[in-house]
Write a protein that binds this ligand. Structure first.
Ligand SMILES: Cc1cc2nc3c(=O)[nH]c(=O)nc-3n(C[C@H](O)[C@H](O)[C@H](O)COP(=O)(O)O)c2cc1C
Length: 270
């Protein structure tokens, strides 16, 4: 198959596929759309997904893999607002493992998030081994202590977390979550971190629909991005890949009763 295949009996030459192609790979020919610059295709599949006639196929984004978008009850604005404002960071978890099937649902959604130039390429490592999780906290605390001594990366909260752990055995790092999900990408992926943030944001929002809670593992990320070997060793990430983000997941112990409030809106119009 060439880049695109057009069913000329169905095609009405509306030109939507050409209009929507982000890399101008398609042009209108005598009998319908043609691939003028097939090498430019970024595999986004918009040409296929937008065609009102299901007349175009693209070998990089096959029609058979794009499920028809059926009518579904779109959230009204009030419900959507409530959904987004009710999602909170969870720092108290039930001592219950989440079944693998549920964790898979999370990463299944995360992989649909948009990526720069549709490069995709985000993988996930799901940690469920309690011993590894305990070590993640222990090693991150050690790293914070060493950073305070070296005075390199200092974060106002490090002493609080260290004291909680050393004096009271409290886990302010992973909050005793039963799972840590790492996003990984090859180290030359275009905008790997930004893509990860989108992907894990999808994951965090979807988690609420499964009755799960999550919290961005920013402190662990700091330790990872500082390339602290004792932590990296625990994750066994394949050569050529890097960790690009981390989120903890589990069943929330408590339910929030109020919607989030934030600073007043700051907006400028030009
Ligand atoms: C990039 C990022 C890093 C974060 N890192 C941590 C973290 O390491 N530990 C933690 O308990 N919460 C972490 N959080 C959660 C924030 O503290 C939390 O979003 C904020 O306090 C607002 O609370 P809410 O999410 O419940 O509205 C992080 C959030 C973001 C966006």
């Amino acid at each position: 198959m060439e880049l695109i295949e057009v069913n000329t009996e169905k095609c009405i030459k509306c030109g939507i596929c050409i209009d929507a192609c982000p890399t101008r790979a398609l042009v209108m020919g005598k009998n319908g759309p043609e691939a003028g610059q097939p090498q430019n295709c970024n595999m986004c599949g918009h040409c296929v997904a937008l065609c009102p006639q299901a007349a175009i196929d693209n070998k990089n984004a096959p029609l058979v893999k794009q499920a028809a978008l059926k009518e579904f009850p779109v959230l009204n604005a009030a419900t959507a607002q409530q959904f987004l404002r009710s999602r909170r960071s969870i720092r108290c978890y039930q001592d219950t493992a989440v079944p693998r099937a549920e964790l898979l649902k999370l990463v299944e959604i995360a992989r649909f998030a948009p990526t720069a130039s549709n490069r995709q390429g985000i993988s996930y490592t799901i940690i469920e081994d309690k011993e590894i999780l305990k070590k993640v906290t222990a090693v991150t605390v050690e790293w914070m202590e060493s950073e305070i001594l070296k005075k390199t990366i200092s974060h106002w909260s490090f002493p609080i977390h260290i004291r909680a752990y050393r004096e009271k055995g409290l886990d302010n790092i992973l909050h005793n979550a039963p799972h840590l999900i790492l996003a990984t990408a090859s180290n030359d992926l275009l905008k790997g971190r930004e893509n990860t943030v989108f992907s894990l944001a999808y994951l965090e929002l979807f988690a609420t629909a499964l009755g799960l809670g999550s919290c961005w593992a920013g402190l662990i990320e700091m330790c990872i991005f500082a390339k602290y070997e004792p932590l990296l060793e625990l994750f066994n990430i394949p050569q050529g890949k890097v960790i690009t983000g981390a989120v903890m997941v589990g069943y929330p112990k408590y339910r929030f009763k109020r919607l989030v409030d934030r600073n007043p809106l700051d907006v400028t119009w030009l």
